[in-house]
Ligand binder design. Structure first.
Ligand code: FAD
Ligand code: NAP
Length: 566
């Protein structure tokens, strides 16, 4: 493999500027740079639109932004020095601490020298004659690379609903995913928060704790939130974690959700509601995502799920004093965990405060944003500040912001017009030498993401190493492999309760997006076995091309037994 890392000198007809270009400097991109540069010796460049590393944790600076994954497993596991040197201060780290951690990792691994900050990738086109990617950025530059790794994030493109009159508002408005770097004051202000997903549920109790004059929450769908039960981590905690870190991480990497939590019972179907309550009470007191693994069949068995949902509905009603108000945040239209289940700290208690009110926009929809505030079908509400906690164009949104063009002039947007089609959530037919970290149709957001990120980065690095070692120029999944993987995804999703509700997992939060379940719901462990088996079988399902003169020559023939055995 050639090594040519001069960005200013344009690549020659034969040699691209870089062996690999990575888009994004979050958890994924940083590790990908380290693997390709420091372990394979390739010339690599990250292009990142922010002015620092961090990704999610750079952008989401809203008050209360905190991880829902427990800190000691929301980190890289590949480097002992990083594991030993970093001690998290709380059970769940707050945004500044995760950002600091990623800065620390970038500095320890000396990654910054190969990152171009403040550079947004606007387009990428595969040059079929030269067998390389041509990548355009917002400053008008173009770089070329043999491999393109997109590490742009599943939850990276903020979504603001297209409310009529949105630009007419005369107060301040913020989207949580683009929160300013300067502190925002709520003192003496009348504040609206639109949205009660994981983000809304975190920011609402924080705003209430300020000297805000009044807070109005606009809720469309209530959510089942389980208490986080955050607490500081002390020396004793760390001694125990460090003593067992290898086993903890190994267990997380070989589990269904990327967490080191053992599933406790198979089902609730054979239990009475009283037995379920008795069993769940200590899990609820323990808090956090451990609650999710109480029953193995939670997301596939309506009977189990209804019992767990009923338990949580009871907890919400108990937390709110006024029985009429208490009914509003109680979800009755979907099963628990079929929308991404948030954790909370004092969220429900918020509704016991006199200066907080809750507007159910399914009863009184938002008609428009006015210069003074928000008009619903029954009232005009005046505000100084509107906070949009309205989520993201998830899974495919950030990738499709880039004009990505593969072979025969096909764009990714055209290819995915009816929903993502990928092979293994890592690659797409028609887009040779392009890999996506935590792409659609991989476990990604259904997991503790650093685990899924590490699985992908390692797999992509091993694949590139294999190509280099075997003098292979191009790798591209076959159409058949992609069709089979897409069908497999739909079949697995169809057997779950996830598809019974509108959610961002289903693309339903963005008007006009095709309704399709986007992450792979078969489990991190099962998925990891599949991708490793593909690699072991010399990249079964991929076409490998040795030289550009051989374009179209099949190196390995697709044999889709790996999916059939599932
Ligand atoms: P990101 O962190 O999203 O990084 C992508 C990077 O790509 C960004 O820096 C972005 O600026 C850059 N980029 C995108 N497009 C372009 C472009 N065109 N040109 C240049 N640069 C570009 N996951 C968990 O597992 N547990 C949690 O508790 C958890 N909490 C979360 C809390 C919040 C508020 C959010 C929004 C997400 C949370 N997640 C959580 C998911 C989180 O996104 C992942 O855990 C992880 O941070 C993703 O890392 P990434 O590098 O793949 O993507
Ligand atoms: P989200 O889950 O998509 O929630 C957006 C909220 O805005 C929902 O309540 C949604 O209602 C509402 N909304 C959207 N459009 C609306 C409209 N036109 N009118 C009224 N309400 C509208 O987004 P998020 O809360 O930012 O979370 C996104 C994901 O990021 C999470 O699911 C999670 O994966 C991650 N995250 C994680 C953490 C954490 O781990 N600590 C924290 C925050 C975010 P509907 O439900 O009816 O669509």
């Amino acid at each position: 493999m050639s090594v040519n890392n001069s960005h200013t000198d344009a690549g020659t007809a034969e040699e691209p500027d870089y062996d690999a270009v990575i888009i994004g400097a979050g958890f994924s991109g940083l590790y990908q740079l380290h693997r390709l540069r420091d372990e394979l010796g390739l010339s690599v460049r990250i292009l990142e639109k922010a002015d620092d590393v961090g990704g999610t944790w750079y952008w989401n600076r809203y008050p209360g932004a905190r991880c829902d994954s427990e800190s000691h497993i929301y980190c890289y596991s590949f480097n002992d020095d990083l594991l030993e040197e970093w001690e998290w201060s709380e059970r769940y780290p707050e945004q500044p601490e995760v950002l600091e951690y990623l800065r620390f990792a970038a500095d320890r691994l000396d990654l910054r020298r190969d990152i171009e900050f403040g550079t947004e990738v606007t387009a990428a086109a595969f040059d079929e004659d030269a067998g390389r990617w041509e990548i355009d950025t917002d400053d008008g530059s173009r770089v070329s690379s043999q491999f393109l790794v997109t590490a742009v994030g599943c939850l990276s493109e903020p979504y603001v609903p297209d409310f009529e009159g949105i630009d007419s508002f005369e107060g301040e408005s913020y989207h949580t995913g683009r929160w300013p770097h300067e502190p925002v004051s709520f003192e003496g202000k009348r504040v609206a928060v639109i949205g009660t997903g994981a983000t809304g549920i975190q920011i609402i109790p924080e705003i209430v704790e300020t000297d805000v004059e009044g807070l109005t929450v606009f809720q469309r769908t209530p959510n089942y939130a389980v208490p986080a039960r955050n607490r500081p981590l002390g020396d004793e905690d760390w001694t125990e974690i460090q003593a067992n870190y290898d086993e903890i991480l190994a267990e997380a990497h070989d589990s269904g959700f990327g967490f080191p939590f053992r599933v406790r019972r198979e089902t609730a179907a054979d239990l009475s509601m009283e037995e379920v309550e008795e069993y769940l009470e200590p899990r609820w007191k323990e808090g956090g995502f451990r609650f999710l693994v109480a029953f193995e069949d939670l997301t596939v068995n309506p009977d189990t799920n209804e019992k767990v949902s009923q338990f949580l509905r009871g907890k919400i009603r108990e937390a709110i004093d006024d029985p009429e108000v208490a009914e509003k945040p109680v979800p009755t239209d979907h099963y628990y965990a079929t929308k991404r289940p948030p954790l909370h700290t004092d969220y429900y208690d918020t509704y016991n405060k006199d200066h907080v009110s809750l507007v159910d926009v399914t009863e009184t929809p938002v008609e428009r944003i006015t210069p003074e505030g928000i008009r619903t079908t029954d009232a005009s509400h005046d505000f100084d500040t509107i906070v949009y906690a309205t989520g993201f164009d998830a899974m495919t949104g950030t990738l499709l912001q880039i004009d990505i063009q593969g072979t025969d002039g096909l764009t990714l947007e055209e290819k995915w017009a009816d929903g993502p089609q990928t092979y293994l959530g890592l690659s797409a037919h028609g887009f040779p030498n392009m890999f996506t970290i935590t792409g659609p149709q991989s476990p990604s957001v259904l997991s503790n993401m650093p685990v899924s990120i590490e699985h992908h980065v390692k797999w992509v690095s091993d694949a590139i190493e294999y190509l280099v070692d075997n003098d292979i120029r191009l790798i591209e999944p076959t159409k058949e492999a992609e069709v089979a993987w897409t069908a497999h995804n739909r079949e697995v999703a169809g057997g779950t309760l996830y598809t019974t509700v509108d959610s961002w997992y289903m693309n339903e939060n963005i008007p006009g997006k095709p309704t399709v379940f986007t992450p792979y719901p078969g489990g991190v462990d099962a998925y990891h076995d599949i991708i490793l088996e593909v690699a072991e079988k010399d990249y079964e399902g991929f076409e490998l091309t040795e030289s550009l003169g051989d374009l179209g020559r099949t190196g390995t023939r697709p044999n889709l037994s790996v999916m059939e055995s599932d």
